[in-house]
Write a protein that binds this ligand. Sequence first.
Ligand SMILES: Nc1nc2c(ncn2[C@@H]2O[C@H](COP(=O)(O)OP(=O)(O)OP(=O)(O)O)[C@@H](O)[C@H]2O)c(=O)[nH]1
Ligand SMILES: [Mg+2]
Length: 278
Amino acid sequence: MQGAVLSGISEGLSPVPTGELVVRALPARQRLAFSLVVPTRNESHNLCQLIELLKPVIEAEVGESYEIIVVDDDSPDETWQVAAEMAVIDPHVVALRRMDERGLATAVIRGWQAARGNLLGVIDADLQHPPEITGSLIAAMHGGADLAVGSREAEGGGTSDWSLLRLMISRGSRMLGRMILPGVLSRVSDPMTGFFVVRRTAIEGVVMTPCGYKILVELLVRSRMREIVEVGYVFRSRQRGESKASMKVFVDYVQHLLRLRATAREPREALSKSAAAK
Ligand SMILES: Nc1nc2c(ncn2[C@@H]2O[C@H](COP(=O)(O)OP(=O)(O)OP(=O)(O)O)[C@@H](O)[C@H]2O)c(=O)[nH]1
Ligand SMILES: [Mg+2]
């Protein structure tokens, strides 16, 4: 793995990539069909169930050619330990424990940097994203899309039991995003979703600088998405563990939008040094 250093390595844990937030090209012989990143912070009660539900769904689409990469930010409840124990017995599970970095969006990119998949996905650990929809997202990618988005706004989508306040914040965030980045965020009905699959080649070599939670917004601005497909899903209520969503998430989001608007016209393409050297 390029640019990786060993950090917090113990049995079952894999090295955490460091340096710029860029997904590099991989030789074809090393690649898998699909890598799914699960970012975690205090999700020890949800992780095993999630992975058990995901595996048959993914295997129905790609057989054995996949990995599920848990990226935990050194959770006090030791989610990283649960992931590491699974990684020891299951070759499809990869566990990363981040010691020096924090935040959902960077955790996802670190996971993708460690990933070998031609298709790269992300799903929340708390079962709010229905695992079975992962199969529909992969199938949409097999149909040729560059991005398959799990959407709460598309047909069949929705939110289960959100309070009026949460609904208003979510709708307001979407409207704000469309005002600040009109051409980009209107390409999908639910740019705030954290449940999607992207083609590796669409993001290879693109330096990302996300802040906070909203990684899809970053991708829509910086990467090369031709065909985008949406799959409706109902965002379930959290059964176990605590939410990490807060007002700070909203403030980070607004800052992120403004920064993306300032830099969107000059996307920073980082040619992989190794690719350039070849
Ligand atoms: N690695 C990492 N994962 C995080 C961080 N913050 C949240 N997560 C994970 O990202 C996913 C989404 O976070 P949630 O707290 O569920 O956010 P949410 O779904 O908007 O809020 P709820 O509906 O209240 O659950 C979950 O799997 C979290 O464990 C973080 O700082 N680092
Ligand atoms: Mg959640």
